[in-house]
Every structure is written in structure tokens, then in C-alpha cells.
Design a protein around this ligand. Structure first.
Ligand code: HPA
Length: 277
């Protein structure tokens, strides 16, 4: 049977048969944030479907392609659409795209998502720089034979989100007068939104924002030695914190409303990251 590493290499060979582009920064665009790809000076595009061995997303609103190109002078690869654990993929499959972008040459990984606000000082439309994460409620993507080619069996998780990258995003936000919050992100499996009791539990254990992605990707990227930055767009308050029901429509309405600010923040951050790293 094919090992996870062999599958990764199969995907990599498949990419390299079509694309020679070498990215420095990898970007994962979360729900409603995929339009950021319009900011990229596009060189090449590759649909996930065209990659031999790649897990393909089933969620509507997730486009499912890699976009290769430049932000300023910085070579980037962006994922327009990610795969989620709740779609039924294994954790190993969910993190394959991030490992693949590292294999393509990316050293810096920017993970973005839409998330539910748990911190009572947050409001929908806020951006939150992820300082740390809790993934205790989802399986680790590192379970199974260790991929020694990528990283160690027992990897340190003391500094998953790079402090210098956090400082760069904060400075970029300040200079462009974009307010940003900071906090701890928790990944839950979804696909259902949380109950109010789950939201209270999350607050009690020190969580600021909740989502259904990102944590496992950061774990796998940390294992592989990437420098990681995480930015959540608070698309709604957690269940029980506001009137009305939670819906995917609300998530998309909010991300659309703040899209211009998000674009400015990400572009400015990428340019500074490439200069300062
Ligand atoms: N919960 C989980 N994931 C989310 C939410 C939420 O409230 N909003 C956007 N993604």
C-alpha cells in the first residue's frame, strides 16, 4: 500500500509535470475569502482535480484550485478552497495540500478562515491574529507512521504561530488603520455549528474564536518546519451570543463586507514578511 509520503510525492510529481513556479509564501484562503486570489498577479492556475492523488473539496463556495503568482515581487501560491475533516476525509488527507505547498518550496504559511467569535469583546467583521490553538477535540494529523522526511515523531508545539509574523501583521494593520484582535483559535470537527453550551465550554478553557479548519493544518505545517501565521475573520458570534440562528449565509455576508480590508491586510503583510524574513 502507498504510504502518506509516497502519496505526497505522487501529488508533487503531478504538479511539477504542469507547473514550474516556486512559491515562497503559501496562503490558504478561508470561507468567503477566496476572492483574495484576484490580488495576485497570476502566472499559473491548477485545479485540484488535475492533481493525481489530491483530495478534492465538496463544499459549495470553495473553488478548489491553486493559484500561482506574485504579490508585489513575492512568489506565492494560494489555495482557493481547502478540504475539511467534516467532508469525510482523513486528517492525513486534509493536511496534504499544506505539505504539498511546503514541498513546492513555500517556507511561510498564512492560514486564513472564517470563525465564530467567543471573546465577548469581538464583533462580526473583526480580524483576529491567531496566537495559539487548541486542537484537542479533533484527531491529530500526525497520527500514524511518522513522516520522517518531513519532521520528528514528537514535535514541539510551543510556538506554532511565529511571533515575528504576528508582529508583522500587527504593524501592517496599524499602518493601514485596520483594527485587529488577537486570540486563541479552537478547531472543532463541525459540520454543525456549536451549541451554546459548547461555546461556554470553549470560553471557559480560554478560547477566543472557533472554527472547523486551520488547527490541523498548522500542526502539520509546524511538524514540517514552516513559519506559520493565522488570521481569522470573525464572521459571526458563537451560538447563544447573539439573537437569531447561525447560518453559512451570515458567514459569507460578513466576509464579503470586510473583503477590501482583508485584501489590504494580507497583501501588506506578505510584502513585509518577504522583506523581513
Ligand atoms: N463555528 C464554527 N465555525 C465557524 C463559525 C462558527 O460559529 N463561523 C464560521 N466558521
Amino acid at each position: 500500500m502507498e504510504t502518506a509520503y509516497e502519496r505526497l510525492e505522487r501529488c508533487y510529481s503531478s504538479v511539477r509535470r504542469r507547473i514550474s513556479f516556486k512559491p515562497r509564501v503559501a496562503l490558504v484562503l478561508g470561507s468567503g475569502l477566496g476572492d483574495y486570489a484576484e490580488e495576485i498577479n497570476i502566472e499559473e492556475v491548477l485545479d485540484y482535480r488535475e492533481i493525481d492523488g489530491f483530495p478534492v473539496s465538496t463544499v459549495s463556495g470553495h473553488r478548489g484550485r491553486f493559484v500561482f503568482g506574485y504579490i508585489g515581487k513575492v512568489p506565492v501560491v494560494a489555495m482557493q478552497g481547502r478540504v475539511h475533516y467534516y467532508e469525510g476525509y482523513s486528517m492525513e488527507e486534509v493536511v496534504l495540500p499544506v505539505r504539498l505547498m511546503k514541498r513546492m518550496g513555500a517556507e511561510i504559511l498564512i492560514l486564513t478562515n472564517a470563525a465564530g467569535g467567543i471573546n465577548e469583546n469581538f464583533t462580526p467583521g473583526d480580524f483576529m491574529i491567531i496566537k495559539d490553538q487548541i486542537t484537542t477535540f479533533v484527531p491529530s494529523p500526525l497520527i500514524g507512521p511518522n513522516m520522517d522526511e518531513l519532521g520528528p515523531r514528537f514535535c514541539d508545539m510551543s510556538h506554532v504561530y511565529d511571533s515575528k509574523l504576528q508582529a508583522i501583521v500587527k504593524a501592517a494593520a496599524r499602518d493601514h488603520e485596520i483594527p485587529v484582535k488577537e486570540g486563541v483559535y479552537i478547531q472543532l470537527t463541525g459540520p454543525e455549528f456549536e451549541t451554546p453550551a459548547t461555546i461556554r465550554m470553549c470560553r471557559a478553557i480560554g478560547v477566543d474564536a472557533v472554527g472547523m479548519s486551520t488547527g490541523c493544518e498548522a500542526t502539520a505545517a509546524n511538524h514540517a518546519g514552516m513559519k506559520i501565521c493565522g488570521i481569522s475573520c470573525i464572521s459571526n458570534m458563537g451560538a447563544g451570543m447573539s439573537e437569531g440562528e447561525l447560518s453559512n449565509e451570515e458567514v459569507y455576508e460578513t466576509t464579503e463586507r470586510v473583503a477590501a480590508c482583508f485584501k489590504r491586510l494580507i497583501t501588506e503583510s506578505i510584502i513585509r514578511m518577504a522583506e523581513e524574513y
